[in-house]
Every structure is written in C-alpha cells, then in structure tokens.
Design a binder for this molecule. Structure first.
Ligand SMILES: Cc1ncc(C[n+]2csc(CCOP(=O)(O)OP(=O)(O)O)c2C)c(N)n1
Ligand SMILES: [Mg+2]
Length: 575
C-alpha cells in the first residue's frame, strides 16, 4: 500500500469515522485512499470551517477530530481553527499536503514552511518524510492530542510520501490514564474546605469530562456546597440545581460576584487562565484551590494558594468522601456556618431589595436574587427584541437536550449569563480564542454527531458572515438546523466597549444582505422577525420542519448599558 493508504488505515485504526476538509491537487492520492475507506468525507467551503468542525468533534467526543487541506493557502486558512483548538483544549489532527520533498517540478509555487508556522499553535507538528513512519507518527499525534490538556497536532503529508510504497501496518491502541493526585494534596484541600465558612466550587472547561461531571454532581449533591461555572464549564451540573449560582459571564460586579466576594475558599475545578477570568483574585484573603490535570498558570489575576494536580474525577471523588465524612460529623449537608443575622442587600436597576438573611443562608439568598434578576429577566416586551427576551424565548422553546452553538459577539455574554444549561453540551461557546465565525460550523458538527437532538446556531450579523457559506455544506448534508442571526447592523460588542470607554461611535457599522433572500438563494428557508414575541413562534415551527432555517432577528442592544453598566453598578451586596 502507499503512504496515503497507510495514513487512512491508521486513522481508521484510531476509530476516526469522519474527516472534514478541502482537497488540493497535493491531496489527490490521499483523497483516493479516503474514497475506498470507511471514513466519511465532509467537504466544506472554507478550511477554517473544516477546522472548527473537527475541533468540535474532538471537543464533544474526547477523541481527536480530523481535518485536512492542501499546502500553502489551505494550510494558512487553518490557522484560526488550530488556535481555537489550542486555547479551547480540543483534540484535533490537522493534515496538510505539500509538494514532493525529494524532487519537485514546480519550484516553490505555493510552498510555505507550514510545519514551522504550526509550531507555536500546536502541541506537535511534523513533516512525514517516509511512508514507513506513518504508523508511529499517527499513534504519537493521537496520544499527544488527547493527553490533558488536549489540543491540536499537525502532520504534513508531501505528495511523494503519499505515493511511496510501504508494508508497515497501524500500531495497536493504548489508553491513557492520568495519574492520581498526591494524597497529601487531597488532605490539605479537604482541610481547607472543612475549615471554610463559605466555600464555593467553580467548574471550568477542563471539568467537561464524563467522569468529572459525574463526580462533580455527586459531590455537590452530597455536600450541598454552592457552585458556579466559567462560560465554558456551563452545564457540567444542571443549572437548575438548588446549589447553582449560575455562570460567571462577567469578570466582576455581577450578582454572582456578591457570593464570590463572600467566599473564603474557592475550589476551582478544571479552570485555567485561558478563559476570560470568572473573577479576579486580588490580594483579598480568599484561598483558591486549583484542582486540575496540570498545574496552574500563575497570573496577576490567578495565583491559587493550593493545587491538587492529577485526574480530576478521582480528586473530586476523594474530596467528596473526605468532606462528606466531616460534614456528617458536623451536622450534615446544608450551607456551612456563616454568622447569624447577616444582612444581604442585593438589587437591580429597578430598585434594590433588602433581605434579612437568617443564619447561614447568604448563598441561598444570592441564588434567589440570581433567579429573579438574571434568569427571570424578561427584558422589555417590545420590538426589536432585547437580548434577555431572545435568550428566554430560545431557552423556553428548545427541547431540554438541545444544543445551542454560539458565535462570538455581545449576545454571548447574555446567553452565558441568562441561559440555564441542563447538560454539558447545552451551550457550545468559545471563551478562549473567542473567534467570530465558529457558530455555524460548530452547529453543523454538533448535528452530525447528534442527529437526534435539536441544534440551533446563534450568530451576530458580523460573525455569521464570516462563515455563512457553510449553509451550502449543511444543505448538501441535508441537516435539520436552525440558524438565528441577530442583527444590529454592526459589530455590537465592540460598539459597547467603545461606548464604555466614552469614545465617539465610529467605524463599527455595516450594511447587511437581505438574510431571508440570502438563505433562500442557498435553497434554505428564510424568515424575519417583525414583531415582539414572533421569534418563539418561528423557532418552534422551524424545529418541527426538516431542513435549514435561517431566522433574522433584529436586536435592541440598549440593554447592554442599562443592565451591565447601570443595574449592576447600582446594586449593592452587603457582606
Ligand atoms: C475573528 C474575529 N475578529 C474580530 C473579533 C473581535 N470582535 C469580538 S466581538 C466582535 C463583534 C461581533 O459582531 P457581531 O457578530 O455582529 O455580534 P454583535 O456583537 O453585534 O451581536 C468583534 C469584531 C473576534 N473576536 N474574532
Ligand atoms: Mg452585530
């Protein structure tokens, strides 16, 4: 067999069932090997989209997603998706073609040093120089991509190596078992929790592993300790839990931060500094315990005083046992000993609410305040819709196990904050590279993986246009998808920041195509919301009918200022 055939055999051996990409002439031997394989080819309209899709495969399955492109321009188009996988901790193998390395008749046409380009962006990058080395390279790249923290790896397959004959065969698979944390580290963490008056758990992106969220759910249920999540940790435990304080969509000053400011020990499970900070550590007297597969990156806003490094699922199971045993002795589950008769004052821009908080239920009170001011926020019943109303209408219309894929823009903060996730995949968002353009490709990959679940992409009019061509891919694949495009005719998030800096409104407005006609030109269905309340009706219909549906939703972003600036500034937490 030739090198390309062996590469495909090795991918099959790694249980790869899908590959995303766009071939160039340098990939034709590889494409031919794919044609006769068990691997499904998903041809996309931009390599960046193929990369986002493969990363989503990796993110959702824990096994590397795979994508491929040609040399030069195809490889450079991958760069954003490689970076997305790197910061987001998603296992992906990127394969790029290359001119023959032994002799080439095309000089340096399209030739870039792609291996070097991938260096700072991947966990491993290499040019394949003999066909016989393919089995070890594939095994090694899959091992590296999957090892915590997962990420992207890259192999370059030159044309002549693809054609080179070899009789080597794939290697057998091995499974990685991360080492367990040192018992002394567990004991110290348990001691800190035991002594804490107001412990809080934080769950981040790397806690999204099946064994971790099972252990996390048990730990919270057994101990009754309150928790919150980072944006990417959302849904690890159902946010309807009585112990959930929601998601840190902002880094400071939200209702949740009243609880964070009150906490004396915060146990950060699976969080690292790549995500926008869920809170700022300052020199305040809070103990932060970092529970993760690897040691914390120390930063001005993150310098945990204690670390529990090792398999997170095991660490949580052990902590659960320690803490439960201790709490059993000291009165069992409930909120830990706050001083009696504390007063809590939390309120919104619509007026403050003064609550008398008997005993130790400060966190319970914050839970109530979040229920009222965050999840209960309806926005105004007017047209165009407010972000709160859009989140609520989508939340209340989709099925409990649906998947919402977000692009990047202002609405991401609203969704992260106001949408109650029930499952780890409920809200797929990127708070690491936070690149625009991922919303639709991610939704396509999610639908391919979970054909039985409702999948909705929510994009801004800016982000959607960065990969809108993938509508064709979705149509070709006959996917039932709903794409919601929030229209403010501008880069709303940056406008908000510009306003926050008291700068003049400049340079951020654009014109849009008619999205209804745009969708129809692809053979999709297009709709436009033109009155308050219509989004929920349209969405409900679109979720019933097969095919690709695009709903254009004008959005009124005046609430950014009203809530995130005025309401949160006016609220007070008395500690
Ligand atoms: C690829 C990329 N370019 C630029 C940015 C910076 N950026 C972040 S949000 C944003 C505006 C997004 O606009 P839109 O998609 O219309 O969403 P809106 O905020 O208007 O709802 C920009 C330009 C980014 N995150 N990613
Ligand atoms: Mg916009």
């Amino acid at each position: 067999m030739n090198g390309a055939e062996l590469l495909v055999r090795c991918l099959e051996n790694e249980e790869v069932d899908t590959i995303f990409g766009i071939p160039g002439e340098e990939n034709l031997v590889f494409l031919e090997a794919l044609r006769t394989s068990s691997i499904r080819l998903i041809l996309t309209r931009h390599e960046q989209a193929a990369g986002f899709m493969a990363a989503t495969y990796g993110r959702l399955t824990g096994r590397p997603g795979v994508c491929f492109s040609t040399l030069g321009p195809g490889a450079t188009n991958f760069v954003t998706a490689v970076s997305y996988a790197l910061l987001g901790g998603m296992p992906v193998l990127f394969i790029t073609g290359q001119k023959p390395i032994k002799k080439s008749k095309q000089g340096r046409f399209q030739v870039l040093d792609v291996v070097r380009m991938m260096g700072p962006l991947t966990k491993f990058t290499k040019q394949i120089v003999t066909a016989g080395s393919i089995p070890t390279l594939v095994r090694d790249t899959f091992r590296i991509a999957t090892a915590e923290k997962p990420g992207p790896v890259h192999l370059e397959l030159p044309e002549d190596i693809a054609a080179e004959e070899t009789d080597n065969l794939p290697l057998s698979l091995t499974r990685l078992y991360p080492p367990h944390a040192h018992p002394a580290a567990i004991a110290i963490a348990a001691g800190l929790i035991r002594q804490a008056r107001h412990p809080l758990f934080l769950f981040g992106a790397e806690a999204k592993r099946p064994d971790v969220y099972l252990a996390a759910r048990e730990l919270i249920a057994r101990t009754g300790i309150y928790f919150f999540t980072t944006q990417m940790g959302k849904g690890i435990i159902d946010e309807h839990s009585p112990y959930s304080l929601g998601t840190a969509a902002l880094s400071d000053h939200d209702y949740l931060h009243c609880a964070i400011d009150r906490a004396d020990v915060i146990i950060n499970v699976g969080h690292d500094v790549v995500e926008k900070p869920p809170f700022f550590m300052n020199q305040r007297d809070v103990q932060v315990v970092h529970v993760n597969y690897s040691s914390a990156g120390i930063d001005e806003v993150y310098f945990p005083q204690h670390e529990v490094i090792g398999d997170i699922g095991n660490s949580l199971a052990q902590l659960s046992r320690f803490v439960y045993a201790d709490r059993g002795q000291h009165g069992g589950a409930g909120v830990m000993g706050a001083p009696p008769s504390q007063e809590v004052l939390v309120g919104g821009g619509t007026g403050t609410t003064k609550l008398s908080c008997p005993g130790d239920d400060y966190f319970q009170r914050i839970h109530q305040e979040i229920k009222i001011h965050v999840y209960g926020a309806q926005g105004h019943d007017r047209f165009p819709d407010t972000p709160q109303r859009i989140v609520k209408d989508i939340h209340d219309t989709v099925a409990g196990n649906s998947i919402i894929s977000l692009d990047n823009g202002m609405y991401k903060i609203w969704f992260a904050r106001n949408f109650k996730a029930t499952q780890p995949e409920s809200l797929l968002l990127d708070n690491a590279l936070a690149s625009m353009g991922a919303g639709l490709p991610v939704a396509i990959a999610a639908k391919l993986l979970y054909p039985g679940r409702q999948v909705v992409a929510v994009c801004g009019d800016g982000g959607f246009m960065m990969n809108s061509q993938e509508i064709e891919t979705a149509i070709r694949l006959k996917l039932h998808l709903v794409v919601i495009v929030l229209c403010d005719n501008g880069y709303g998030m940056i406008k908000w920041k510009q306003g926050g800096m008291h700068l003049t409104d400049f340079g951020l407005d654009f014109l849009n195509p008619d999205f209804v006609q745009y969708a129809q030109s692809y053979g999709a269905n297009g709709y436009r919301v033109s009155r308050a309340g219509e989004l929920a009706e349209l969405l409900s219909e679109c979720l019933q009918q097969p095919g690709l549906h695009l709903i254009e939703v004008p959005v009124d972003y005046s609430q950014n200022e009203e809530v995130f600036i005025q309401e949160l500034r006016d609220k007070t937490c008395l500690l």
